[in-house]
Every structure is written in structure tokens, then in C-alpha cells.
Design a protein around this ligand. Structure first.
Ligand code: SF4
Length: 764
């Protein structure tokens, strides 16, 4: 019996993003156990709720094993199995025809957040195809927007200190007990010795009992709170004057803007008592170093989203937390060995291969400029001058706009989008406005629809081709985390892909070869590509994965470092060379350079007429274990058994008003549609607010119309709007999944999947 141990990292399906270092024991090519790798340079070494199911998940018969081609109508669930060669031949031939007829911009790529590590390869493919990066990605509302803003304000997407305990940590709209339980455990263990904890959240969550202060904020008003903090900190001289004077730009302008946000006004807007606003600002500013954690919840606020993060960056800067030794020290990419860089993501993207006139065709780039080519063109020269390497548009922080792509498919405006490749994503669950996505995926205007996936999802059920992808247990890892990290992480694969599953690199390579630019994809697989990436620093992938794990930069760039090319201090890669409290990049793109609060477009105050019919404020989302986004909901793999139903949070007073008891099914309705979830009645939420869980579907229901795996019954995005760009964040195009209006009623008799159930159909 051949027995071996592989050093792997748990980092994507069916895991999460904790990057746990593990040892995989493999017997005769079969994975038999996963155990912590004590040598791995991270405290994260496995969890109790997901990890035990990984092996069962891998070998479960729910996994796709062979390429499928649709033979019936979309959604009929009639397929034939075909070979990879035939699938790639047919897809490439159709792509070539559509390109010829409509131009290379006719292709869209849709994707989720971080279910792969080869985003630069996807971008390389698109640039060579001539496509203007018509990439619709959940990243626009999940961290990639804040990374793009960070590039604008401090010249790097990198920051955040890991290891040392901060003196204060602000957890902002993030239930870390669910999203990052191992980091939450570490934070709690540091108390009460070091860390003050402040929770900003409409819900108390399970963390509420462990924090020093819980600020129960009205959903969507976060920028007002943070501007109030800035005012208090400046007025009371709690800011780091030396750092502000030397290393920030626009302090006086920020001070004048923040002066508008008195504690009394902010209290009125946010529903947080004025004294709590002042006390929490003092706690954050006087406990240094501090961390003000970002969270994707505020990325999902639509019109206000980017201004929340802008206020956060300003707070981190004026309190000296971005300086060396601060709570969130800003670091740029640095060389590894003897001044050499490994091949970073940005070096694989081939941005210069895309003709200039094609850039202008990127969908949404005339309006939402920061994360698209207009933002790239302002920021890239400064970044490249500072660091001497290409600007990271390869990361999925430079994207088109997913809802506008769906609209372009339906309306053929600004031009026909006739082909879509979805990889590692389930937009019928994770994109806003499920009905919009559904119409686009069913539209005859979409002449080619390809999905690369692990299991049959509702999105895959509507595809023309479904291609079986390798999970993270079946593929190696070599990544700079889309260049967010100065380091390169490497890990072996546990086993070869099962059945005919393939790592996604081979999908892009296979298409490129058939479309005539295969010479740009010379690497035979992902290990070969990793060898190429590590060669400049004298390592092979095998050495890096089995011995180094994380190849660290010898000297990450900081603002104090002497730039060898200029002989001067590097400063920050921004137009002023400083952290920009007043942003020249936003100004150059036509936006207000300073942060400000704007009332959410669908609230009791902006839409009192609508609030008469829909009196509650709706928030959606919030990860909960052992699920991860729309993954892990199949019965029989250990995860769904732990968490069988969707749950909505409701205050006891509100529940009593509607005759709802804990555990009752409840219909939640917005102007877009209706879903049902089970009530969790608890006073951890404001009586005026309703929280529903996101990403729910029921794979035990039939994989065909009208059920599509229980797509409609409890899916939060049936309630969210994404067809009106006026409600999007004006800077990034982020669409709103939170701070909306809804109403509720008890669901008297519910039969799962029944057509009579108003929450089980596309037309309700
Ligand atoms: S699923 Fe568990 S083991 Fe895997 S990364 Fe997440 S916490 Fe770590």
C-alpha cells in the first residue's frame, strides 16, 4: 500500500477562508485523513464543524465528475455526457463565431469571491481575447471595492497586522464567531489583558456578550457614525499629529467636513445614543495600536458603500494606525530574494495586450469608474513608478458590474452580450435581484452559457455546458492573494482530480489553444505554472509547498523605505505621495474627494411612502457555519444536518405584534418578491429591523423548473434590487443587499416545494 502525506491548505470549497494548514494522509491515491499541520506558520489549523466532513464531501456522489451538455431546454435537466475535448471544441467554436459577429466584448465572465487562485490567468485570457474585462463578480460588494479604494487612498491594497494583539479592535458589521471563528477565539483570548472590543452591528450576535461596547446602529448609516468619530477625535486632539502632518494629505478639508457630524446629529441618524458615540470614539483613539476591521456587510450597502470604507481609512490614518508599528500598517509588495520578485499576479495579466479602444467598452465604466479601466488608468502609473511592477488589475478588484451585465444580456445595451462563462460561482443565489439573473440566464439573447462547478447548482441547471472543476483538495495553490499580500502562499494538492474534474487553469488554456493564442499558456498544469512563478527567486513549487509554505518578501515596501531607483523615501503610491484623506484619485474621476453620509435610497426617511407598506428595515446576508455562501447545503455530507433551515431574526415585540412564535415559518416580502424563513425570536436586534439569512436553496428539491433546487423559497436575493443603477454605489457600482424595506407575516401552512407556496415560484 502506497502511503504519503501532503502538506495542504484549506482555503476554498468546501472550506472557508481561514487558510488552515493541514496534513492530508493519502493511501493509494485516496484521501483518508486530514489533521493539523503543527509546522504551518499560522495559528489556524482546522475547525470542528466543517473540516470533519471534507472527505465525505470529496467522495460524495453529489460531485460533478464529467462534462455535461444540455440536450433539452434550459432548466429541463436533460443532459448528455461529453468529453472535455469535445466540450472545449464546441465552446471555442461558438465563442469564435460570436466574437466574429459581435466583437470580443460580447463575452462576459461571472464569478464569486475567491473560489480559485488563478484570477490572473482569467484576466490574461480576456486581454488576449480582446475583451474589456466584462467580469461580473461578487467582489464588487465583497472586499474588492475596499481594496480598490485602498489603492486610491494609500497606494496599496495591503495592510492589517497579524500576530500581535491590538490594544483595541473594532468589529464592524462582521459576526466573527461565524466568519472567522479562529481569529475571534484569538481576540477573545487576548482579553482582558490587551484588547478593548467595540462591536458596530445592528445585531448583537453571539459576540455581543464579550465586547466592551455594542453600538446598535441603524442599517446603512455607518458613514455618519464614523464621521462622528472623526469629529470627536479631531476636536479632542486625540489624533496623531506628527503622522498626520508628515504623511497625510487633506487634513483641514477632512476636519471641515467632519465638523458637520455632531454627536447629536449622528445620534439622530444612526439611532445610537450620543454619549456612546463619543465614548466609543475615545476608546478607539486612545488605545493604540488599534484595528478597525472592514467587513463585506458595509460593502453591500449600495449607494453608501465606498464612503464607509473611506471614513475607515481616514480614521486609521489620523490615529496613526497605518504607520509602521500601527494596528494596520500599510505594506506594499516587496522583492523576495536578492531584489527579485516572484511572478506576482499582476505580472501574469498582460494588460498591455488589450487595445486601448477596447478598454472603453467595459460595461459600466462610463459611470462606476474606480474599479474599472478609468480608475486603472489614473492609479497604475503611480503604482508602477513606486513599486516597479505592474498594477494589479489582474486581481478581481478590477471588475465590470454584474447587474449591468445581466441587463446587457437582456437589453443588448450598450451592445449584445451573448456569451457567459460562470466559474466557481452561483449568481442565482449570490447576485442581487435573482429574477434579473434568472431572466438573463434563460434569455435566448444568451447564445452560450458555460458553468464550471463542483456540484450541480441552480445556476448550472440553466447552463448549456457544465464543466466539472477540481476542488481545493484536488488542486495545488500558489498565490499572492490577488496581490493583496506581499507574500506567496504555496500548498500541495491532496489528491489528483477525481473522475474527469479539472483545475480551472486547464479550462482557460484549453480555450486559448483553440482560439489561436495558446502560446501564451505554455504551462502544462498549475504546478508547472507555480514553478514558473517561483523561478525568479530560486525555488521550485515542490520546495516552496513542502518546506516554506509562505514565501515571504525580504523587505515589504513601507513609506519609510528608500527606493533604490530614486534614492528617496518611497512614501505612499498616491498622487501626493501621502495617505489621501482628500482623494486626488476620486477627484480626478469626478467624485467628491471626501467621505460623506447619504441616506439609503430605500429607507423610512427617504421613502416614507413605501415604508407605509413595508415598515421594517431589511438586512440580508451574514455567514453562518457550517455553510459558506451557497455551499454545503446538500443532505448527507454532515453540514446540512447541522443546520437544516433558513433562519430570520426578529425582536420579541415585533414577533408578538404579528403572532409569530420562535420556530414559526415567516413570509418576508419586499417590493421585489417574497420568501420564507423560520423565526428566531430574540432581543438581539432592533424591533424595527428584520435580518434574513442569504444563499439558501434546497438541493433535495428537483434540479429542474419550476424548482431549480428550491431556488425561490428562501433565497434572500429574491428580495434585493439590482436593476436600477441609481441605487448602486456611484464610485464602484456596488448594488444594495442591505438597508432595504420589507414587511412580514406568519406563514400558516407551508409544504416545502409546493406550487401553492407563494415563496416557491419565480413569478411572486
Ligand atoms: S473550513 Fe475549517 S479547516 Fe477549512 S479553512 Fe475553514 S476553518 Fe479552516
Amino acid at each position: 500500500m502506497a502511503r504519503e502525506e501532503k502538506k495542504i491548505v484549506c482555503w476554498a470549497s468546501p472550506g472557508c477562508k481561514m487558510y488552515c494548514g493541514l496534513i492530508a494522509e493519502v493511501e493509494d491515491g485516496k484521501l483518508v485523513s486530514l489533521k493539523p499541520n503543527r509546522d504551518y506558520p499560522s495559528k489556524n489549523k482546522g475547525c470542528a464543524d466543517r473540516l470533519p466532513h471534507h472527505i465525505r464531501w470529496l467522495y460524495s456522489d453529489i460531485q460533478l465528475r464529467r462534462p455535461l451538455k444540455r440536450v433539452g431546454e434550459r432548466g429541463e435537466n436533460r443532459w448528455e455526457t461529453i468529453s472535455w475535448d469535445r466540450a472545449l471544441d464546441e465552446i471555442a467554436e461558438k465563442l469564435a463565431q460570436l466574437k466574429e459577429k459581435y466583437g470580443p466584448e460580447t463575452l462576459a465572465v461571472t464569478e464569486g469571491t475567491y473560489r480559485s487562485d488563478i484570477y490572473p490567468i482569467r484576466t490574461r485570457f480576456l486581454n488576449l481575447f480582446g475583451n474589456p474585462s466584462n467580469i461580473g463578480c461578487a467582489g464588487t460588494i465583497c472586499h474588492c471595492n475596499t481594496a480598490a479604494l485602498s489603492l486610491a487612498l494609500i497606494g496599496t491594497a495591503q495592510g492589517g497586522r497579524h500576530g500581535t494583539a491590538p490594544a483595541c479592535c473594532v468589529i464592524h458589521g462582521n459576526d466573527m464567531s461565524q466568519t472567522a471563528p479562529l481569529a475571534w477565539r484569538d481576540l477573545k483570548n487576548q482579553r482582558p489583558r490587551t484588547t478593548k472590543l467595540i462591536l458596530i452591528d445592528p445585531r448583537r450576535t453571539s459576540m455581543g456578550g464579550d465586547v466592551d461596547m455594542w453600538l446598535r446602529i441603524r442599517p446603512g448609516t455607518d458613514t455618519a457614525l464614523l464621521m462622528g468619530w472623526i469629529r470627536v477625535i479631531i476636536e479632542e486632539n486625540l489624533y496623531d499629529k506628527a503622522f498626520v502632518d508628515e504623511w497625510t494629505f487633506g487634513f483641514e478639508e477632512l476636519k471641515a467636513r467632519a465638523a458637520e457630524y455632531t454627536p447629536e446629529r449622528v445620534s439622530e441618524i444612526t439611532w445610537i445614543p450620543a454619549e456612546q458615540i463619543v465614548a466609543s470614539a475615545r476608546m478607539y483613539a486612545t488605545n493604540w495600536p488599534a484595528e478597525l476591521k472592514d467587513a463585506s456587510s458595509t460593502d453591500m450597502l449600495g449607494r453608501n458603500a465606498i464612503r464607509v470604507e473611506q471614513a475607515r481609512v481616514c480614521l486609521r490614518a489620523i490615529t496613526g494606525n497605518l504607520k509602521i508599528g500601527g494596528g494596520e500598517t500599510a505594506e506594499g509588495p516587496g522583492p523576495v530574494a536578492g531584489g527579485n520578485f516572484a511572478v506576482r499576479d499582476s505580472m501574469l495579466q498582460l494588460a498591455d495586450m488589450l487595445p486601448a479602444e477596447q478598454r472603453k467598452k467595459q460595461i459600466g465604466s462610463d459611470r462606476f469608474k474606480l474599479m474599472m479601466w478609468p480608475g486603472y488608468e489614473v492609479m497604475a502609473p503611480i503604482y508602477e513608478e513606486t513599486y516597479g511592477i505592474p498594477f494589479p488589475m489582474c486581481a478581481h478588484n478590477f471588475l465590470s458590474n454584474q447587474p449591468l451585465i445581466w441587463k446587457a444580456i437582456l437589453e443588448r445595451d450598450p451592445y449584445p452580450v451573448t456569451a457567459n462563462i460562470t466559474w466557481g460561482s452561483n449568481p442565482l443565489l449570490n447576485s442581487g435581484d435573482t429574477k434579473l439573473v434568472y431572466k438573463a440566464l434563460k434569455s435566448p439573447n444568451l447564445e452560450l452559457s458555460v458553468v464550471s462547478e463542483l456540484v450541480m447548482t441552480p445556476t448550472a441547471m440553466l447552463a448549456d455546458y457544465v464543466l466539472p472543476a477540481a476542488s481545493k483538495l484536488e488542486k495545488p495553490m500558489c498565490e499572492t492573494h490577488e496581490d493583496f499580500s506581499p507574500n506567496i502562499k504555496c500548498a500541495e494538492r491532496a489528491v489528483r482530480p477525481l473522475g474527469e474534474r479539472r483545475e480551472e487553469y486547464l479550462l482557460w488554456k484549453g480555450l486559448a489553444e483553440r482560439l489561436g493564442f495558446g502560446e501564451y499558456f505554455p504551462w502544462k498544469d498549475e504546478e508547472d505554472l507555480a514553478d514558473y512563478r517561483l523561478a525568479p527567486v530560486g525555488l521550485t513549487f515542490k520546495e516552496a509547498a513542502a518546506e516554506r509554505y509562505v514565501v515571504r518578501s525580504d523587505e515589504p515596501w513601507t513609506y519609510e523605505r528608500i527606493n533604490p531607483r530614486t534614492g528617496k523615501r518611497t512614501g505612499f503610491a498616491t498622487p501626493s505621495g501621502k495617505i489621501e484623506l482628500y482623494s486626488h484619485v476620486l477627484e480626478a474621476l469626478g467624485y467628491d474627494p471626501l467621505p460623506f453620509f447619504e441616506e439609503p435610497p430605500e429607507s423610512p426617511f427617504s421613502r416614507p411612502d413605501l415604508a407605509e407598506q413595508y415598515p421594517y428595515i431589511l438586512i440580508t446576508g451574514g455567514n453562518f457555519r457550517p455553510m459558506f455562501h451557497s455551499e454545503n447545503r446538500q443532505l448527507g455530507v454532515g453540514t446540512r444536518e447541522q443546520y437544516p433551515y433558513p433562519v430570520m431574526d426578529i425582536h420579541p415585540e415585533t414577533a408578538a405584534k404579528h403572532g409569530i412564535a420562535d420556530g414559526d415559518w415567516v413570509y418576508v416580502e419586499s417590493p421585489r418578491g417574497v420568501i420564507r424563513q423560520k423565526a428566531r425570536v430574540a432581543d438581539e436586534i432592533d424591533p424595527r429591523v428584520i435580518n434574513v439569512q442569504s444563499h439558501w436553496w434546497f438541493p433535495e428539491q428537483p434540479p429542474r423548473e419550476p424548482w431549480l433546487g428550491g431556488l425561490w423559497a428562501s433565497n434572500a436575493n429574491v428580495l434585493t434590487p439590482a436593476d436600477d443603477p441609481d441605487g448602486f454605489d456611484p464610485v464602484t457600482g456596488g448594488w444594495p443587499l442591505r438597508a432595504l424595506l420589507c414587511r412580514i407575516r406568519k406563514a400558516e401552512r407551508v409544504q416545502a416545494g409546493a406550487k401553492a407556496d407563494p415563496a416557491a415560484r419565480a413569478d411572486t
